[in-house]
Design a protein around this ligand. Structure first.
Ligand SMILES: *[C@@H]1O[C@H](CO)[C@@H](O)[C@H](O)[C@H]1NC(C)=O
Ligand SMILES: *[C@@H]1O[C@H](CO)[C@@H](O)[C@H](O)[C@H]1NC(C)=O
Ligand SMILES: *[C@@H]1O[C@H](CO)[C@@H](O)[C@H](O)[C@H]1NC(C)=O
Length: 488
């Protein structure tokens, strides 16, 4: 069912009877004086899906441009992601100089073993035979395809140190999962590994990493090598605090002083708060950005993490989010919670291609098959196509509204979701110095949250009225609006 909007002809009678009442009932006042920083962008981690499908340029068109692309018979508005996280792998098949080989968890699929560049400890020189730069071709290819399109920010992340730096030679984690797996004599080696990739990439791939992250959900106790299904590694916070200064120093010695260190990609907001409080001051000084994952969904003290990180003058990203709800309801709800309470300056979906529910487009990394986009794809498009890098994030005034302002074009972007019964939602811009032009069109786009319905459909039926506008939302509809001629 298509959404409708007063004062379109079909709704005029109803609107005359109810619009003013509706206007009074549910209105959000966008606040131009409260800003939450400059938006750096939207992204995805590469890793598994890019290892599987990194040779498909059409996927790069879909995820890294705003163009319309036809894929598997579906017409997709590009998501325009500009952030990618490149996964520095930990797995290789060669024997080390002692004759040992990687220990492989029986439950990990080959599609989740990410290629290792540094094959053995004989030499740390990138041009020596201890290194192979021909591996990981598909993930590197998707990175290159992204950079040829809209990608502007690249982060490197590591799920585990190289297998031969770990106590049990298993890049899926230590034997009990709750103890460190990086050998204590290899703290600097892990830093050398990541810094060497960054330096090599700058010279040979034309990639300057904006940031490097040495850990992934490091406080977790579920990176259990013998039963692991992916690369992973526990680090105590004291170990993180030892590795981080090595990483800073190894980046600096390669001329990468502008590449910041991000940490620690903890699973939840609450764990991130604890970890943040336990870094040594030396480690904290070397951290440029706090990365946190969004796996606490509707829970956790986003507000405390923001306050702590903001007070320390660090940037903050939600660097990994994912779940299995294909309707987009969970994504919309948790993403808006992030805007209202966490105030990240970038937001990164985990795997844009993945199993049904988790993937924005369903895919099987083992069978190498891809299928349909989910409604969640279009729900995310409502955000990524309108809130663009460089915009200022504003206080949307309610728990169902996100607002961003583009000073260069004097455009106000609003994304709003209706979780209640069908109703008018009203947007009050009276606090702005200029609230658009009375009577001017406010283009809008709508997606039905659910298992079917509108998928990013555009409408030209909404107009500024004085210093506000309103739109009729069916239940569980998310909309984006672009208001021109707005001055803060
Ligand atoms: C590797 O690079 C170093 C420093 O640029 C150089 O001295 C050395 O000869 C190179 N080695 C090889 C095997 O190319
Ligand atoms: C206004 O609409 C939002 C979004 O659906 C809803 O969460 C909220 O409860 C509504 N408030 C009122 C007062 O109706
Ligand atoms: C604003 O809304 C009122 C009804 O509430 C209507 O009479 C008026 O024509 C509208 N103005 C514009 C510019 O659409």
């Amino acid at each position: 069912m298509r959404s409708h909007n007063w004062p379109s002809a079909s709704a005029l009678a109803l609107a005359l009877a109810t619009a003013r009442v509706a206007t009074a009932q549910n209105v959000t006042t966008i606040n131009p004086s409260s800003t939450y920083g400059t938006w750096e962008g939207w992204g995805t981690s590469l890793a598994w899906w890019a290892k599987a499908f990194g040779n498909q340029a059409a996927l790069a068109d879909i995820f890294f441009t705003l163009d319309t692309t036809t894929y598997n018979g579906y017409t997709l508005p590009g998501l325009g992601l500009n952030v990618v996280r490149y996964n520095a792998g930990a797995s290789s098949k060669n024997a080390d100089p002692d004759g040992d080989v990687m220990v492989v968890s029986p439950d990990i699929t080959a599609s989740r073993q990410m290629d290792l560049f540094w094959l053995d400890w004989t030499s740390s020189a990138a041009n020596s035979s201890s290194w192979s730069w021909t591996v990981d071709a598909n993930q590197r290819n998707m990175l290159a395809l992204g950079l040829d399109r809209g990608v502007t920010v690249v982060e490197m992340f590591s799920n585990s140190p190289p297998w031969w730096m770990t106590y049990n030679l298993n890049p899926s984690g230590s034997t009990d999962g709750s103890s460190d797996n990086l050998e204590s004599w290899n703290y600097d080696q892990h830093a050398i590994y990541l810094a060497t990739i960054a330096a090599y990439a700058k010279e040979n791939w034309g990639v300057t990493f904006a940031s490097v992250e040495a850990f992934n959900e490091p406080s977790a106790d579920y990176w259990v090598g013998p039963t692991g299904t992916q690369e992973g590694c526990h680090f105590d916070v004291s170990t993180m605090s030892s590795v981080i200064p090595y990483l800073r120093s190894e980046l600096n010695s390669r001329g990468l002083t502008g590449t910041i260190i991000s940490a620690s990609d903890e699973e939840t907001y609450d764990i991130a708060i604890t970890t943040f409080g336990e870094y040594t001051s030396a480690a904290l000084a070397d951290i440029g950005r706090i990365n946190v994952h969004g796996y606490e969904y509707g829970g956790g003290r986003r507000d405390i993490l923001y306050a702590d990180v903001h007070a320390a003058g660090k940037a903050l990203w939600n660097s990994e989010y994912g779940e299995g709800d294909a309707t987009g309801a969970e994504l919309a709800s948790n993403l808006i919670l992030d805007f209202v309470w966490l105030h990240p300056t970038a937001w990164v979906y985990w795997q844009v291609l993945d199993v049904t529910g988790w993937g924005l487009i369903e895919a099987d990394n083992n069978a190498l098959t891809t299928g349909a986009p989910s409604q969640k794809y279009f729900v995310l498009a409502q955000f990524t196509r309108h809130i663009r890098p460089g915009m200022t994030i504003l206080d949307g005034g309610s728990g169902w509204t996100v607002a961003a302002y583009d000073a260069s074009t004097e455009t106000l972007v609003i994304v709003a979701v209706n979780t209640g019964a069908a109703q008018y939602l009203n947007f009050d811009l009276s606090s702005f110095a200029k609230a658009g032009v009375n009577g001017a069109l406010v283009p809008r786009w709508a997606t039905q949250i659910g298992s079917s319905g509108d998928q990013y459909v555009s409408f030209s039926d909404t107009f500024i009225n004085g210093t506000q506008f309103w739109s009729y939302f069916d239940e569980n509809v998310i909309m984006s609006f672009e208001v021109s001629n707005v001055v803060l």
